[in-house]
Design a protein around this ligand. Sequence first.
Ligand code: MSP
Length: 487
Amino acid sequence: MEMAKNNKHFYVTTPIYYANDIPHIGHIYSSLAADILARWYLLKKYRVFFLTGTDEHGRKIEKAAERKNLSPKKFVDQLAPQFKNAWRKFNINYNRFIRTTDPDHIKTAEIILRKIYEKGDIYPGEYEGFYCTECEAYFSEKELEKGKCPIHQKKVIKLKEQTYFFKLSKYKNQILELLENDFIRPEFRKREIINRVKEKLEDISISRKNLKWGIPLPFDKSHVCYVWIEALLNYLSGIGYIKNKKHFQVFWPADVQIIGKDILWFHAVIWPALLFSVNIDLPKKIFAHGWWTLNKEKISKSRGNVVSADELINIAGVDAVRYYLFSETPFGQDGDFDKNSLINRYNNELADKFGNLISRTTALIEKYGLKQNPNPLIKELNIKTIEMNMENLDFHQALKKVFNFIDICNTYIDQKKPWLTKNKSILYHLAENIRLVTIILWPFIPKSCEKISKNFHFSISLDETKKPLKIKRIKKFEAIFKKIDNF
Ligand code: MSP
């Protein structure tokens, strides 16, 4: 096995997105979750590596490029920036944006495929089955619904071709043992996968002969690797498997791999088997989140109901979206996107509760000043349990606790009436609480929190929450979250 990593390093990944998709709310959701988690570990002073990117090989891309009369590489070169731009707009601060056409990814895939082959886990044969180009996945006749792909309800292609198989079935017991050991989160997704593995785990076809756009198998260049197999290997290439061995040893295994529930089989079954085969440590946790619908309908390009990055931002700004997506629905459950509830949450929670607490408190501090003294409210914010929530990716609970605390602070200001008493000690408690809340909310709403911390002159780190607030003066801070009236 590879060397065990030092525990002050944190490696989080998102799925790599099909380059020909328009970045939409679903993709943004996976990446925002990873960004929030990465920022949380930055708060804890970890060395963090956050990987995201695009999935650029396969029949789907090849077909789309043909329609545009472009070579697949030219086509994906034009597309990858769409995702980068969307991530920039949402303040998604990844460390590497991997593209599966990157030379080091291709090299990594070749090395790993050769290792699996040399281990004796790949053998030639003939495959007969049905292929859905949208999923880039094979189905048996039994799995089809009325002869169509059960996911996309689209026509499938009947394939009978020479292929190479990977001995997935050989790893059945190891996979089952792993799945019983809390590899998959949330817990409720685990049983379904375990049952599926117990029911049937067959060897899988891992190559295509009649496809050009892919990574050739290193031991038989007349085949290209099935896109899902090489796509999974991005998690190794992205962290430096061949480009920077030291880096790889420091960060691997991944701490959390965030994916959507639709791609759990690939990540919880096929991915571990590949790693078992080459004797590389497994990621510590695979977290499958739910799906967002729009007016209860599936979001898809063909339905034309894609909520794009710009549309989302134009509603109430980036931080409003970041807050909404993780406060509206527990991470792991499905959610239904609704513009009005986004605005309501922004108005009621960010503007009225948090924003007002800040503007009321800072206006009074500007007039009357502060006096450092022990803060009786601090015990109401249990940072330790919030830390546990964050580490379990229970973002929803963490936010709930923070906003309950903000309610407590708003009640405190109403009851203590510092505008009458001019009590500088009360104002100090409030300022200190705002600071604590700002630090904890930073992963969720980074730009707003950075503005607040600048005004209050404190730095954003969890260590700071253990020390008392030192400053004496704070300037009045008007509406950080401007309410949206007409909608
Ligand atoms: N390319 C593969 C992943 C390979 S990872 C080695 C893929 N790409 S995808 O672009 O189709 O999907 C990427 C991610 O977006 C998945 O985690 C998927 O679950 C997520 N979402 C796409 N639409 C979604 C919603 N409507 N809601 C929430 N997430 C969804 O699969």
